[in-house]
Design a protein around this ligand. Structure first.
Ligand SMILES: Nc1ncnc2c1ncn2[C@@H]1O[C@H](COP(=O)(O)OP(=O)(O)OP(=O)(O)O)[C@@H](O)[C@H]1O
Length: 214
């Protein structure tokens, strides 16, 4: 498994947010993005997930020497600041929807809805509307979505923001387990996040990106 980003740059509106970003990740590795508010972490993650078109550069993902994905978005989960669940549907209904919608990418099998809820220690609230859950429970449950459909790459934006210490540790453990199974993680965070085999990239923001162009 190999993920390669080469010379990426991106605009938001008129502004160049970053330029010349390159990195390579292999099986089991993580990239942690740091940088002040507005420095471009979410923008880079959205570019990686295929939600924003880069102004320049390329992103490539190979399962192995013989098989290349058409685009990274197909083989990646993206978890942004929002949880992507319907508040009026129950937790079980939400996860069943995602399991059916996502299916499994090549190379792995997703958990059942119940096993995914158990993995985030919330199987007792499967029957409740998602909107009834506390903010921390909602974030934990949004991680169960990453488990019901297999994807080798997880792209997560501030995954543990506003979580208590035990929930933070739980989600960090799930991310490490994904790495142990060979998965790759890209995470933006302001908090220390205990992952394995970490590469770090500090985003500097558009003043730096613009200066870089000269
Ligand atoms: N839709 C948009 N149109 C124009 N500018 C935008 C848009 N979305 C974001 N920006 C700008 O792009 C820059 C980078 O934002 P981004 O969300 O990537 O930063 P971030 O590093 O993730 O910040 P934070 O730590 O606050 O989450 C900011 O200056 C922001 O104002």
């Amino acid at each position: 498994m190999r993920l390669l980003a080469e010379n990426l740059s991106a605009h938001r509106g008129e502004d160049l947010i970053f330029s010349n970003i390159s990195f390579e990740l292999k099986e089991g590795q993580a990239l942690i993005l740091t940088g002040r508010n507005g420095s471009g972490k979410s923008t880079l993650l959205r570019v990686m997930a295929g939600l924003l078109r880069p102004a320049s550069g390329t992103i490539s993902f190979w399962y192995d020497a013989a098989r290349k994905a058409h685009n990274l978005g197909e083989v990646a989960h993206y978890l942004g600041h929002r949880n992507a669940m319907k508040t009026e549907l129950t937790v079980r209904e939400n996860l069943a929807f995602w399991k059916d919608f996502l299916r499994d990418a090549a190379g792995g099998t997703g958990y059942s809805v119940v096993d995914a809820a158990r993995a985030v220690e919330l199987e007792q609230v499967l029957h409740l509307p998602f909107g009834y859950l506390s903010a921390g429970q909602q974030r934990r449950m949004s991680f169960a979505k990453l488990l019901v459909g297999y994807r080798p790459v997880w792209i997560v934006d501030e995954p543990t923001a506003a979580l208590d210490v035990s929930a933070e540790a739980l989600l960090a453990r799930l991310m490490r387990e994904h790495q142990v199974r060979g998965g790759v993680i890209l995470a933006a965070t302001h908090q220390p996040l205990e992952l394995l085999d970490v590469k770090r990239l500090e985003m500097k923001g558009f003043e730096f990106a613009a200066g870089d162009e000269d």
